[in-house]
Design a protein around this ligand. Structure first.
Ligand SMILES: [Zn+2]
Length: 151
C-alpha cells in the first residue's frame, strides 16, 4: 500500500463507518479529506461547514475539495487529472457505502500513487506530481519536499 494512504488508514481506520449510521466516525473519503486538506481548501465548498458533511462528503464535494488540495480547477470532463480524481472519489465512496472499507482504502492508495501525493517527513507539507503540489525534488530525495531538501 502507498505510504501516505497507509498512514491515513492508521490514523482513522478504527473510526471508519458507513454513511448515515451515526454522527461520529468518518467514511474513508472523509478521512482522506480531513487529513489532506488545509482549512483554505474547504473554503469555497458550500455546506462543508457542517461537521457531518466533512466526515461523509458526497462525490461532487469530495472531488472539488481534492481538486482544491492538489491545485487543479474542477471542470468536469476537461482535464485528465480531474477525471482521475473523480473516478477515484467515486470508487472510494462507492466501496465505503457498501461497507467494503479495504477496497476503499486500496483506491485511496492507488490515487495517492497516481497523483504522487506525499507528506514531507520534515515540514509536513503535502507535495506530489500535479498542480500546485508539483515538486521537482520528489524523485531524488524520497520523503522530503524540495524546500527542505534544497533549503
Ligand atoms: Zn519539507
Amino acid at each position: 500500500m502507498n505510504e501516505l494512504a497507509e498512514h491515513i488508514k492508521l490514523e482513522y481506520g478504527a473510526s471508519i463507518r458507513r454513511a448515515g449510521k451515526t454522527a461520529d466516525g468518518w467514511c474513508v473519503g472523509g478521512a482522506v479529506c480531513d487529513y489532506l486538506a488545509e482549512e483554505s481548501d474547504w473554503g469555497n465548498i458550500i455546506d462543508f461547514t457542517i461537521a457531518g458533511h466533512r466526515r461523509f462528503p458526497d462525490e461532487d464535494r469530495m472531488t472539488e475539495l481534492l481538486c482544491n488540495v492538489v491545485g487543479v480547477s474542477y471542470v468536469e470532463g476537461q482535464d485528465p487529472t480531474k477525471v482521475d480524481i473523480g473516478y477515484y472519489v467515486s470508487c472510494i465512496i462507492g466501496y465505503n457505502d457498501e461497507g467494503n472499507f479495504e477496497d476503499a482504502w486500496a483506491m485511496v492508495s492507488e490515487m495517492c500513487t497516481e497523483l504522487g501525493l506525499r507528506k514531507c517527513g520534515e515540514c509536513d507539507r503535502l507535495y506530489g506530481n500535479v498542480g500546485k503540489l508539483e515538486d521537482d525534488a520528489r524523485t531524488s530525495v524520497g520523503m522530503k519536499c524540495g524546500r527542505c531538501a534544497y533549503g
